[in-house]
Design a protein around this ligand. Structure first.
Ligand code: SF4
Length: 206
């Protein structure tokens, strides 16, 4: 059965994301889809955004159970459920409880291989954009993280977390004072329709 899928690409700088209308009726039919195999990891660029736009969510994250806290990242670990896992932000009724801009980058950029949008010629500018964005963000995260580590700051030290985040914001503002050119190479948002043969349950590739 062929299905026309609507993909909307959003250029929102470091909070860019891809919206897929198929997620609402995920062919996996397990109420979890790709989120059933992932544990979100938040890095310095996510912390900077949350500190500025929703600090209470950052506090909420650090009070969740089953975290892996490293020097400058936190993983919110999922738990086994049936044949897969349950992300702590995922609800059976309404999917991800976080609005797009509050999710970490894999959750904002991931589109299942069943859709395989990257092979479409017309979508190459967006492929370039998301590739460059991932590289840029990885570098930023590691530059900011290493500078924090160099100052003797680590997320593992609970008592110093407020100071850690103060310093992180200062570094983030400095490192992003000038944004790279590729941010201006795609529009703010663009919608595309592509048709794919659907398969169901575990036949649908993730
Ligand atoms: S944070 Fe949201 S998008 Fe990411 S894996 Fe969890 S439920 Fe899915």
């Amino acid at each position: 059965m062929d299905k026309t899928i609507c993909l909307t690409f959003h250029n929102q700088g470091l909070r860019s994301y891809i919206e897929v209308d198929l997620c609402g009726e995920c062919p996996r039919q397990d109420d979890k889809g790709c989120c059933g195999y992932y544990s979100p990891v938040f890095y310095p660029c996510d912390f900077a955004y949350l500190l500025k736009s929703k600090p209470e969510l950052l506090e909420f994250i650090f009070n969740l159970p089953n975290l892996t806290v490293l020097d400058y990242s936190v993983t919110v670990n999922n738990s086994p459920e049936g044949n897969s896992y349950r992300c702590q932000f995922h609800s059976t009724e309404s999917g991800c409880l976080l609005q797009q801009s509050l999710r970490e980058s894999i959750c904002r950029h991931f589109v299942c291989p069943g859709i395989d949008w990257e092979k479409e010629e017309i979508l190459k500018p967006w492929k370039r954009f998301f590739d460059q964005l991932a590289d840029y963000e990885n570098k930023l995260n590691s530059v900011i993280g290493q500078k924090l580590t160099g100052k003797g700051l680590t997320l593992r030290n609970k008592a110093d977390r407020n100071y850690f985040f103060q310093q992180l914001l200062i570094l983030f503002e400095k490192e992003t004072a000038e944004l790279p050119e590729f941010f201006r190479q795609v529009p703010e948002a663009q919608k595309f329709y592509i048709t794919r043969p659907l398969k169901f349950k575990t036949d649908w590739p993730l």
